[in-house]
Ligand binder design. Structure first.
Ligand code: N01
Length: 533
């Protein structure tokens, strides 16, 4: 069975919903294909205990529905997953978006029919969708990474990846639970599970920097004040480096201030409960000595929280400088290691040899019996969800082949050889280096403007010139190479978290505003660097 639309959108998370809404405003026929049985994307799948946004609620809400801003009452400074999912549901409901979404529909292949100028999108339901234009809003952290630990398939008791968490409640009470992974997800999950489990074993390969979220309820006065100030907030977000509200640096060079003042500034920012510490001075992410001082400040905090000095030392991050990986925001993570029912297992010192039917065996011979294993090992980020769709462009070339050595895109929005295929928060665009909701808005608006231009100028196909991709990669590499982050490549920003994945800068790190300006300039110059047919 074939169905034909002006545009096929892939995904029904924040990105897919925004694109669908925008296309309706433009009078285009569109359908969104969604793997899950409901809307929400990340917030649909990540139902693990403790899942919570690390961006303040007011900033993490859709800017394209000012009425909803006034009607929706966020309850906490940082919203938990159920509240965000309810919010996404409300967005879909009030705009009647679900009628154009096909749920439980996974894209199995997508091929450009060059003769007819169409994308042929095959799905696991047997229905094939055809459209001249496809917009992928498949997300950048949606392809779970199952670690290749020997024996993992032998574990005969419940095993859950945090990104594919069951819908039925998971009971931890009295159970021996292992959590593998200590990134943003593992930290959130472990903190919540520690409150319930008989015993929790946290398997840590790399200690991470985590700042206190200082989450709290939002008062009625604060809610009213925020509703009044939403327009200013959006303006601030749209004009800031990461589309986020952060105190500006106290100075551009930390060591121009006396030590006492610097430490007081770190302390003040630690107590804000946002990511402000990273921006205390303009050179924290570029000057190793300054960074070392702030990193040590965080280690001092960990040592002060964790009572057992040996465990505290293991929890102190030393492998990478502060800020080279996504900073974690926690709600009492380090405190759980003061509980009798929590053990830290340092698998850098004593690696996992294999997983057995009933637990984890370490290289030292120690065996830890587990009733349940929680896998918090992250994602095949940014490129994974796109490659998984088996996309074939012009001349029969697959995207997997094109990206054999890393992503090649123009602006992180389109690829040469794949006409009329747009990617929302795609590789080499800001993705999580900006508030994702704002990054989505910028992409949706750019794509909408491009589609309107194509209609006006009777352009049937748009794709970047090959040379434009090469030039964009140089720019992505140039901004990515500035500072300390470039020296830490063992994480998902570069593909270093997936064995065998080619390493390259998967994201644009030059700032949200600058990125938007580049995209707009190129559009305003008649889509410079694109081939129009
Ligand atoms: O994944 P990660 P995540 N054996 O890749 C470990 C966003 N997010 O799901 O550091 C043992 O960061 C790995 O160890 P190491 C946010 O952008 C946002 O936690 O590689 N361990 C690491 O500890 C974040 O950056 C929110 O040595 C293995 C962990 O698994 C992104 O999602 C909440 C291993 C993976 O950490 C991903 O975070 C949650 C192995 N074979 C997530 N392989 C918000 O609040 C990996 N690890 C919005």
């Amino acid at each position: 069975m074939h169905e034909r639309f002006d545009v096929v959108v892939i995904g029904a998370g924040f990105g897919g919903l925004h694109m669908l809404w925008k296309l309706r405003q433009m009078g285009r026929t569109a359908v969104a294909l969604e793997k899950a049985d409901d809307v929400g994307g990340t917030w649909y799948w990540n139902r693990y205990p403790g899942a919570r946004c690390d961006v303040p609620s007011f900033e993490y809400s859709v800017p394209w529905d000012p009425e909803l801003e006034q009607e929706w009452n966020w309850s906490e400074k940082y919203s938990a997953q159920p509240e965000i999912l309810a919010y996404v549901e409300e967005v879909a409901k009030r705009h009647d978006l679900k009628r154009d979404i096909r749920f439980e529909t996974t894209v199995t292949a997508m091929t450009r029919d060059e003769t007819r100028g169409l994308w042929i999108v095959e799905t696991d339901t047997g229905v094939t969708f055809e459209a001249p234009v496809v917009v992928s809003a498949a997300g950048c952290l949606s392809a779970p990474n199952l670690p290749d630990i020997p024996g993992i398939e032998d574990f005969s008791r419940p095993l859950h990846h945090t990104g594919r968490w069951p819908h039925d409640p998971v009971d931890f009470s009295g159970k021996s639970v292992g959590v593998i992974g200590t990134g943003s997800t593992g930290v959130q999950a472990s903190t919540a599970i520690a409150a319930e489990a008989g015993h929790l074993y946290v398997f840590q390969r790399t200690a991470q920097y985590s700042l206190p979220a200082l989450n709290r309820d939002i008062s009625a006065e604060e809610l009213a004040e925020q509703k009044r100030a939403y327009a200013e907030l959006r303006q601030l977000q749209r004009s800031s480096f990461g589309a986020a509200v952060i105190d500006p640096p106290k100075g551009m060079k930390a060591f121009e201030d006396p030590q006492e003042e610097r430490l007081a500034e770190y302390e003040r920012r630690w107590n804000i409960g946002r990511q402000d510490l990273l921006a205390a001075y303009g050179d924290i992410s570029t000057d190793p000595e300054v960074n070392a001082e702030v990193s040590e400040f965080v280690r001092g905090k960990i040592r002060a929280i964790v009572k057992d000095p040996e465990i505290a030392e293991k929890l102190c991050p030393k492998v990478n400088p502060l800020g080279t990986r996504r900073i974690i925001m926690d709600t009492g993570y380090f405190e759980i290691f003061n509980q009798d029912n929590v053990s830290l297992v340092d698998i850098r010192e004593d690696p996992i040899e294999r997983i057995t039917e009933t637990g984890v065996k370490l290289r030292s011979g120690q065996f830890i019996e587990l009733d349940m294993l929680v896998i918090a090992t992250g994602y095949d980020a940014v490129t994974g969800p796109l490659i998984d769709m088996n996309i074939t462009g012009r001349g029969g070339r697959t995207l997997a082949d094109k990206w054999e050595h890393g992503p090649e895109t123009y602006l992180g929005l389109m690829m040469h050889g794949f006409p009329n295929l747009f990617t929302i928060t795609g590789p080499q665009s800001p993705t999580v280096h900006a508030n994702v909701i704002m990054a989505i808005e910028q992409h949706v608006e750019w794509i909408a403007k491009c589609l309107a231009f194509m209609e006006r100028e009777q352009v049937a196909e748009i794709e970047p010139a090959r040379q434009s991709e090469e030039e964009w990669k140089k720019q992505v590499d140039a901004v990515g190479s500035v500072g300390l982050r470039a020296k830490d490549t063992n994480n998902w920003y570069t593909g270093g978290n997936i064995p065998g994945k080619p390493r390259s800068f998967l994201t644009w790190q030059g700032g949200f505003v600058r990125y938007g300006e580049i995209c707009d300039t190129i559009a305003n110059e008649g889509y410079r660097g694109f081939e129009l047919n």
